[in-house]
Design a protein around this ligand. Structure first.
Ligand SMILES: C[S@@+](CC[C@H](N)C(=O)[O-])C[C@H]1O[C@@H](n2cnc3c(N)ncnc32)[C@H](O)[C@@H]1O
Length: 326
């Protein structure tokens, strides 16, 4: 278990269950990452639009990822030994590392993400092994230099790109080999299914999700759109699956508490005005949400939808060819 310094954020202390899975296990990862990430932050292009970008996003993404659940999703997606796989929107690299393990012997995994801080973290933690690599790239732009993949996995990324989901799929298509697989994985009713939410909290939550759609390009209903997205892009042999991503009842695990409170902290700060007539304002809402989430009688669920297809013979006419293919 890593020794970690306490975090002074509103969302509270680090989850007790968090175990560092990488080579840093005996080090104080948190302090060291602060140093590395500060450096990357200074190089971050202005105009980065990731809704959840915050100093502890690497930690939120690592602690909330359930490696077994992700591996099962990757197996369903068709990831097998020997494949060359692209993890598009790889975050801090844990999912890429799992893919890399699954494609051995002989396979390769490339993680790309537009956040330089997350790519820096991923490189530091996972990229000292042959066959795994991380690069900075915004997948709203064509992927000219990344191509010839047997499979592409895009998990929890389209939800942050409401307006560009189709464009992203069209950008990823030429990166696949003939007969290559794309697997889109996203949540539906994201953040919206809790019971029993007090009415004043429920209405603010609905308003907040509307605001995120309108002003922050976030899609709480990304999951239900995946099938149409692949169908319209001409993919064949499309299959769909649905599972429980969050299924939370009874006393919350530290990891769930950290994830949900960090989400609430980051997004409510973007929308202070929505809470001006809530008792205690934004921080009153935040504290009420914390109390609600700690209440063992609360039930929360979020479905995850998985949608997989085979690359169309003729990619969309607007798709530019991958450099290595031209
Ligand atoms: C919720 S995380 C998911 C990380 C990982 N795929 C997983 O399943 O755990 C979303 C990631 O997508 C990245 N992202 C969002 N939009 C992107 C874009 N247009 N290009 C590249 N990365 C993007 C964010 O920086 C973030 O790391």
């Amino acid at each position: 278990m890593c020794r970690l310094t306490p975090i002074s954020a509103e969302s509270g202390p680090l989850p007790q269950e968090w175990k560092c899975l990488g080579k840093d296990c005996e080090e104080n990862v948190y302090s060291r990452m602060e140093f590395i990430l500060n450096d990357a932050r200074n190089r971050m292009p202005t105009g980065s639009t990731y809704l959840m970008e915050n100093d502890e996003e690497w930690l939120r993404l690592e602690t909330k990822t359930d490696p077994k659940a992700f591996q099962a999703q990757a197996e369903w997606s068709g990831i097998r030994p020997g494949m060359r796989v692209l993890d598009a929107g790889c975050g801090p690299g844990l999912t890429t590392a799992i893919i890399h393990r699954m494609v051995q012997p002989g396979g390769e995994a490339l993680g790309i993400d537009y956040s330089p801080t997350l790519i820096e973290y991923a490189r530091t933690k996972y990229a000292d092994t042959p066959g795994i690599r991380f690069e900075t790239h915004d997948i709203r732009e064509p992927l000219r230099e990344f191509c010839s993949f047997d499979a592409v996995i895009v998990r929890f990324v389209l939800e942050y790109n409401l307006a560009e989901s189709e464009r992203i799929v069209n950008n990823l298509t030429p990166a696949l080999k003939k007969e290559g697989i794309i697997s889109l994985i996203d949540l539906d009713y994201n953040c919206l299914s809790h019971y029993p939410l007090p009415p004043a909290m429920e209405s603010r939550l609905v308003d907040l999700m509307h605001l995120l759609e309108e002003k922050f390009n976030f899609d709480p209903y990304a999951g239900r759109k995946l099938y149409a997205c692949l169908y319209n892009a001409g993919y064949r042999d499309i299959t769909v699956d649905m599972r429980a991503h969050h299924l939370i009842y009874g006393p919350p695990k530290d990891t769930d508490l950290f994830n949900w409170l960090k989400k609430a902290e980051v997004v409510t700060r973007k929308a202070e005005h929505l809470f001006k007539d809530y008792p205690g304002g934004r921080s009153g809402f935040f504290e009420a949400f914390r109390a609600f989430f700690n209440d063992p009688s609360r039930f929360t669920y979020t479905p995850v939808i998985l949608c997989r297809g085979i690359r169309p013979q003729d990619a969309h006419p607007s798709v530019r060819r991958c450099r290595a293919h031209s």
